[in-house]
Design a protein around this ligand. Structure first.
Ligand code: ADP
Length: 328
């Protein structure tokens, strides 16, 4: 094993193809090379979703069903619920003491969220501390690498800085974790902005074939290509961007035919829909199995959380000792 991995996702429901190609594909692959901890980070979901928690448990199960159906193997990786390992919270508190406020206030992800969710006066103390909580998730398992999408890279950078600061102030308890991006770290949504559930521009892994087709058909293409005979400009077209990412076999021919006005937009979209539908065929079959056996999913999370807790407790006692607050 090359080291330890931690990464997490907020339980906000079913995963979209941005989560899959941005992070989950890496999670699956890394299971064979690293000791992996994958967390359902429910406290992170509360940083913006604190007023609507009724779906939390259901969302956890739906998300982990997606992980398992995509290829996360609970015999190889430890799957845990953040709030079932309360040591994350104690480490978060201790790290919050050594984290300068200015580091958190200049976080570009926070600025974007405040703008997109129109938070302004409503921004909570918990949301400001999101990267400190994420640092504690990562550092508590002494992780060496963190596979996430590009949008999370400022948070991983902060986790590195917080870890370094702890090691310098006290003892070198933590390895400094590296950011691990996938080959496609930023998947655009159907409207060309970053794919995100909150922007309602997502295609989920579990979308039915008809839904995938309808979403693809509604995508906006090059506004200068109105008729088949108009030459297209693939560089401004989201459908083409998707072909480039998901349709490795055909994208060069598609680019050529679009520019030469040999391929119309509807036909081009149908080809993309077929590729996407095909890509998730076996996923949908596995998902059916876990949907019928959701107790199994819960059992996996309970067992994983217990296992993770042992490791987290050990690190936390090293942390207390390094800070000379173990009072033994
Ligand atoms: P969301 O942004 O949909 O609420 P999360 O913030 O929980 O989802 O993200 C889970 C993982 O998926 C993170 O590693 C994140 O970087 C990645 N991710 C989310 N959206 C995208 C995207 N559009 N492209 C690539 N990766 C993404």
């Amino acid at each position: 094993m090359k080291g330890v991995i931690f990464s997490g996702m907020r339980p906000t429901g079913k995963l979209h193809i941005g989560n899959y190609y941005g992070a989950l594909t890496n999670w699956i692959q890394l299971q064979n090379e690293y000791k992996c901890y994958y967390g359902v980070v429910d406290w992170h979901a509360l940083t913006t979703g604190y007023d609507n928690t009724s779906m939390m448990k259901e969302n956890m199960i739906e998300m982990v069903i997606d992980w398992l159906s995509a290829g996360i193997d609970p015999d190889k990786s430890t799957l845990l619920i953040q709030s079932h390992v309360p040591e994350h919270a104690e480490l978060h508190l201790l790290l919050s003491m050594i984290t300068p406020l200015a580091w958190l206030e200049r976080n570009p992800v926070l600025k974007e969220q405040v703008r997109d969710l129109n938070l302004k006066e409503n921004m909570g103390y918990g949301l400001l501390g999101y990267p400190v909580l994420m640092a504690s998730d990562i550092l508590i398992y002494k992780s060496n690498a963190v596979p996430v999408g590009e949008d999370q890279s400022p948070h991983v950078e902060l986790a590195r800085e917080i870890g370094r600061r702890f090691n310098n102030l006290y003892n070198p308890v933590f390895p400094i974790p590296k950011l691990k991006l996938s080959h496609t770290p930023r998947i655009p949504g159907t409207d060309g902005r970053k794919m995100s559930k909150s922007l309602k521009n997502d295609i989920t892994l579990s979308d039915k074939p008809e839904d995938i087709k309808n979403k693809v058909l509604s995508m906006i293409t090059d506004p200068r290509k109105i008729r088949l005979a108009d030459p297209g400009h693939p560089e401004v077209c989201v459908v083409y961007k998707y072909h480039e990412i998901f349709n490795k076999k055909e994208f060069q021919n598609i680019e050529r035919d679009c520019r030469k006005a040999k391929l119309g937009c509807v036909a081009c979209k149908k080809r993309l829909a077929d590729v996407l539908i095909q890509s998730f065929q076996s996923f949908r079959e596995k998902r059916n199995y876990y949907e019928r056996n959701s107790q199994l999913v819960w059992d996996i999370l309970m067992k994983g959380s217990e296992e993770a807790r042992k490791v987290a407790k050990k690190t936390l006692s090293e942390v207390r000792k390094a800070m000379k607050i173990d009072y033994a």
